[in-house]
Design a protein around this ligand. Sequence first.
Ligand SMILES: *Cc1c(COP(=O)(O)O)cnc(C)c1O
Length: 359
Amino acid sequence: MSRVYNFSAGPAVLPEEVLREAADEMLDYRGTGMSVMEMSHRSKAFQTIIDEAEADLRSLLNIPDDYEVLFLQGGAHLQFAMVPMNLMKNRVADYIVTGQWAKKAYAEAQVYGKANKIASSEDQTFSYIPDCSDLPISPDADYVYICENNTIYGTKYKKLPNTKGKLLVSDVSSCFLSEPVDVTKYGILYGGVQKNIGPAGMVIAIVRKDLITDDVLPGTPTMLKYKTHADAHSLYNTPNCYCIYMCGKVFKWLKAMGGLEVMKQRNEEKAAILYDYLDRSRLFKGTVRKEDRSLMNVPFVTGDADMDAEFVKAAEAAGFVNLKGHRSVGGMRASIYNAMPKEGVEKLVAFMEEYEAAH
Ligand SMILES: *Cc1c(COP(=O)(O)O)cnc(C)c1O
C-alpha cells in the first residue's frame, strides 16, 4: 500500500486514522454483524451514530442551543436555492461576489427574487476580498450572503462584513472546522462536507431556530424546507448514513487533536511554510493579495502555462497529486485541509525548491 500526498480541493484528503478505523468496522460495526452501509437509518446503532455526530459537532463549534444542526443532501449547490426559498420573505437579498461559488449562489437567488450584487472582486480575477465595512446594504434585504473561503481563488474573509443588522448567510464549505468561529454572528452557515470533513454527498447547515418556519416561498418542495428536516432531526428521508458516520469519526478525530484552536494553529503553521516559500521563490508566486490569503487553498503560478503543466506532471510523478489549478484559473493550487499533515507541505516545498533550482 502506498498513499500519496493528495492536494485535491475536494473530495479531499481524510485523516488516515479515520480511514483505518472505518476499514476495521467495515464488515461488522461494533457487534451488529453488519456494515454501517447496510444498516437501517431507524436502528438504534445508527441513532447513536447521528446523535454523537451532532453532539461532537456542537461541542467543536460551540453551537448554541438556539441553532439547529441539519445533515442534508444535494451538496452546497442545493443550499444556493434553499437559502432564498426559506429566507426571502421580502424577495430581496444582497450578495457579495468573491468567486465562482458566490456567483452561482447569486445567480440562483435571482430565480426567487431580487438579488443585489453589493460588492465584487471580479475586476481582479477574484484575487482579493473587497472592503465590506460600509456596503450599500438594501433596507429591505432578507439577508446578506457571502462565500467565506473561496476554494478556487484562495481568498478568505478575515473579518465578516458589516451587514448593518441584516442576517448573515455564509457558505463555509472549504473552511469548515479549520478554525473556531462565532456561530452567533450568522443566521445560517453551511458547508459541503467533502472539502474539509468527510466523503462527498452531504452538506451540514447550522440554522438559527427562529429562521426555521413554515413561512417559505410558495411552491417550496417539502424536502427543501429547513423545517421538514429540523422537525425530523435530519431523518425525514433516508439520509446519507455512511457519510454521517464518517463525518462523526472526523469530529472525534478533531476533538482528540485538541479542537479547533489547535487546528487553527496547525493550519497557520502549515500555510506559512508554503506562503513563506512562495514569497521568496523566484520561480513560483502566489496569486492572492497577502492579507486575504486562505489557510486552506493556496493557488500559485510560474507565469508560464507550459511550465505550470510540466510542474504539475513532475509533482505527480513524485507523489504530490491533484495540484492542477481550477480549470477557470489555471496554474496550481495546493489544498491543505485539516487532514493534510505538516510533513506533506514541507515535502511539497522541498520538491518545489528542487524544481526551482533545476529551472
Ligand atoms: C465545492 C464548493 C461548493 C460546491 O459544492 P457541491 O457539494 O458540489 O455542491 C460550493 N461552495 C464552495 C465554497 C465550495 O468549495
